[in-house]
Write a new protein. Structure first.
Length: 170
C-alpha cells in the first residue's frame, strides 16, 4: 500500500514538473518573439547574409547577383500572395537567375496582429510565383522576431538564413 502511494506521488510530482518545464519553454519562446529588431530592413537583410552559415557557392550567388528593393503596398500581393498592410517591407532576389529564390522582410504596423499576418503569408505566398521555375512548398519559411516577419522561398540555404534571422532577436 505504501509503495502504491509513493508511486502515485512520484508520478504526480513528475507530471507537475513536466508541466512547469513546458510552460517555461513557451515563455522563453514567447519572449524571443517579442524582441524588437532595429535598423532598416535593407540593413537587416545584409546582416542576415553576412552572419548566415552559407555555402561558398550560395555566398557567391548572393554577392554577385542579388538586389534588395523596397516593397510598396501595391506590390504586397506580388511578393506575399495577398494584400497586406505593413509599415515597411523589402525583398532580396536575384537580378536574373534560373533558380527560384526570394527573401523578404516585412515590418508590421504598431497596431497590427502579427500572428494573423504571418498566417496570411503562410496561406497565400506562392512558391510558383516565377514564370518558369518554383520552389517546393515545403521550402517556404514564414516566421517572425518581434515586429519583423521573414519570408524565405528557396530550395537551398533556407535553414541557415532562417537561423541567422532568429539569432538577430537574441
Amino acid at each position: 500500500m505504501k509503495k502504491t502511494i509513493l508511486i502515485v506521488l512520484c508520478a504526480l510530482l513528475l507530471s507537475v514538473t513536466a508541466g512547469c518545464t513546458v510552460d517555461s519553454r513557451e515563455t522563453s519562446q514567447s519572449s524571443e518573439s517579442q524582441a524588437q529588431l532595429t535598423g532598416s530592413l535593407e540593413d537587416l537583410t545584409a546582416e542576415l547574409y553576412e552572419t548566415a552559415e552559407l555555402s561558398p557557392s550560395f555566398r557567391e550567388f548572393v554577392s554577385e547577383g542579388m538586389q534588395t528593393v523596397a516593397i510598396s503596398p501595391e506590390q504586397s500581393e506580388f511578393y506575399f500572395g495577398t494584400e497586406i498592410e505593413f509599415a515597411e517591407a523589402a525583398a532580396s532576389e536575384p537580378l536574373m537567375s534560373t533558380s527560384a529564390y526570394l527573401l523578404a522582410l516585412l515590418r508590421v504596423k504598431d497596431d497590427q496582429d502579427i500572428d494573423a499576418t504571418v498566417q496570411a503569408i503562410k496561406e497565400h505566398a506562392d512558391p510558383m510565383r516565377w514564370i518558369c521555375v518554383g520552389v517546393d512548398p515545403a521550402n517556404v519559411v514564414v516566421d517572425h522576431v518581434g515586429d519583423v516577419i521573414i519570408l524565405i522561398m528557396s530550395d537551398q540555404e533556407k535553414e541557415p538564413l532562417h537561423d541567422a534571422f532568429l539569432a538577430l532577436g537574441q
